[in-house]
Design a binder for this molecule. Structure first.
Ligand code: HEM
Ligand SMILES: *[C@@H]1O[C@H](CO)[C@@H](O)[C@H](O)[C@H]1NC(C)=O
Ligand SMILES: *[C@@H]1O[C@H](CO)[C@@H](O)[C@H](O)[C@H]1NC(C)=O
Length: 489
């Protein structure tokens, strides 16, 4: 008995010694880590928000935690964020490698690629393609408006009642990106659409939850049949989905006459010839899934937040409707060009994005070389966690940091202004690639729906709860949306 106890103690000491985690010299301060696990045992993994809040209060703007044996630096506040992601753009533009998310995506796509030529070429290609739409005969705006009309008819059917918006906006966002990528949309009841959304939601949960953390911190367990294997299985289904679309495109593609993103990519593969193999079919499949992922939860959770606040702030809703009515007059449809004449509506949309805080910790970065930040030394390959939430709520940056108030984006003359601390899409060379698309979607969807409907908090809806559900993307707690046709229509 004593023997085994001593052996156990010895074993622990050895483990401690072997996996000793020691902060590098002049590294940002933080709580003391334990071997192997780092600081993760000190966090509630289902929802670490409160634990992390205490840490940032204690250690300041730039602090460090250990995720397993891996040191990570958390950036809080506008100053740290700018000094890192903008001033030292290249130094802070890496992405972590060797995690579950890298393994399921087989090191391809764009979101998780490390800083380097493959990432740069693919990023540049997509930004250009998305900007030039362009694609075939239908503009980006037309693609979005076509999808909005399906949303409108859904709400027409629910007029006078309340409806559950939970999956509705997911389908809208998913269909819009599908139209851009593949030139296809799905009926809301379509099994493929529902399957894709389910897999994306499931995978996001696994990656973000305790099993993802276990996979990333304890490599020895990776081969075992634990719940994280589901993620790999789901990805096979997703790959087949994107692969089928690509195969169909290869049959009908006319070089130089692109209909959508896939066609543009096929053109690019041909243009580059065989020697540049970083543009190839397998890379394309993961690229498509990356864009599908990046575009769906983000946009739909922002919309869910928008309606939660619009319903519970009828004064803001009415003021937007008045402005929209005045500017659009008899026009059949809203257009993105109408934006400058709608300062209040623009302010409302930006304020929604600020409070929605949709991607609170951005996507993790890494340092690409040894560097310094705010007096600390940060070695190459250190995990960097940009706390966007801390900037969107920073007390010194906003007139009304803790309220939902479009005045955060209006000057004394009632003109629209965008403070520097507005960074829901992050900043720097890794900044969201879909910003243009997302802003167009939010504008056209919100303006079209507000013009036609009034949204009211249902009588049986209980007390509104603004506390979001934690995840890679934050989402409001499920609620019901009361819909009325507007009187003047
Ligand atoms: C309201 C909607 C959206 C929000 C709030 C949002 C936010 C973000 C954030 C915070 C990042 C991380 C940036 C960083 O690492 O510093 C990001 C990356 C990215 N987003 Fe978005 N996003 C939205 C919509 C979209 C859409 C519609 C697309 C589709 C084209 C998209 C594509 C991407 C891609 C590809 C990246 C990775 C960029 C890179 O690694 O170089 N996003 N987004
Ligand atoms: C990010 O900032 C918010 C607001 O300041 C804070 O509540 C949260 O705990 C911070 N997260 C981390 C990881 O430091
Ligand atoms: C396709 O390109 C990716 C990088 O974009 C590369 O990792 C992969 O090896 C290439 N595959 C083939 C079959 O050439």
């Amino acid at each position: 008995m004593l023997d085994s106890l001593i052996l156990l103690c010895l074993g622990f000491c050895l483990l401690f010694f072997l996996f000793r985690t020691k902060r590098p010299k002049n590294f940002p301060p933080g709580p003391r880590p334990v071997p192997i696990f780092g600081n993760i045992l000190q966090l509630n993994l289902e929802n670490p928000i409160n634990d992390l809040k205490k840490l940032s209060e204690r250690y300041g703007q730039v602090y460090s935690i250990y995720i397993g044996s891996r040191p990570a630096v958390v950036l809080n506040g506008l100053q740290a964020m700018k000094e890192a992601l903008v001033t030292q753009a290249v130094e802070f533009a890496g992405r972590p490698q060797g995690l579950m998310v890298n393994h399921v995506t087989e090191g391809k796509g764009v979101v998780l690629l490390n800083h380097g030529p493959i990432w740069r070429d693919h990023r540049r290609f997509a930004l250009m393609t998305l900007r030039n739409f362009g694609l075939g005969k239908q503009s980006m705006e037309e693609r979005i408006l076509a999808e909005v009309s399906h949303l409108t008819s859904h709400f027409e059917k629910s007029a006078g009642k309340s409806t559950d918006p939970q999956t509705l906006f997911h389908k809208t966002a998913s269909n819009i990106i599908c139209t851009v990528l593949f030139g296809t949309r799905y009926e809301h009841e379509d099994e493929t659409l529902q399957l894709i959304i389910r897999m994306i939601t499931e995978n996001a949960k696994i990656v973000n939850g305790p099993w993802g953390m276990i996979y990333d911190t304890l490599p020895l367990l990776r081969g075992l049949p634990l719940p994280f294997q589901k993620n790999f299985k789901n990805f096979e289904t997703l790959k087949k989905f994107a692969g089928d679309h690509v195969a169909q495109h290869e049959k009908s593609w006319v070089p130089g006459e692109p209909r959508d993103f896939v066609d543009c990519y096929l053109d690019e593969v041909e243009k580059r010839g065989d020697d540049d193999s970083s543009f190839n079919k397998s890379q394309l499949i993961f690229y498509l899934l990356d864009l599908q992922f990046a575009a769906t939860d983000t946009t739909s959770n922002t919309l869910l937040t928008a309606f939660l606040y619009l319903m519970t702030h009828p004064d803001v809703q009415e003021r937007c409707q008045k402005e929209i009515d005045e500017v659009l007059g008899e026009k059949a449809q809203a257009s993105f060009e109408d934006r400058p004449r709608m300062p209040y509506t623009q302010a409302m949309i930006h304020e929604v994005q600020r409070v929605a805080n949709t991607v609170p910790l951005s996507v993790f970065h890494t340092t690409t070389k040894d560097t310094q930040l705010m007096g600390y030394d940060i070695p190459k390959d250190t995990l960097i966690i940009p706390n966007l939430s801390s900037v969107l709520n920073e007390e010194s940056q906003w007139k009304f940091p803790h309220d939902f108030n479009p005045s955060n984006f209006l000057n004394d003359e009632g003109e629209f202004v965008k403070p520097e601390a507005f960074m829901p899409f992050s900043v720097g060379p890794r900044m969201c690639m879909g910003e243009g698309l997302a802003r167009m979607e939010l504008f056209l969807i919100l303006v079209t729906l507000l013009r036609r409907f009034q949204f009211i908090w249902p009588e049986d809806g209980g007390v509104p709860d603004y506390t979001p559900v934690f995840g890679i993307t934050l989402t409001p707690k499920p609620y019901k949306l009361g819909v009325r046709l507007r009187g003047n229509q």
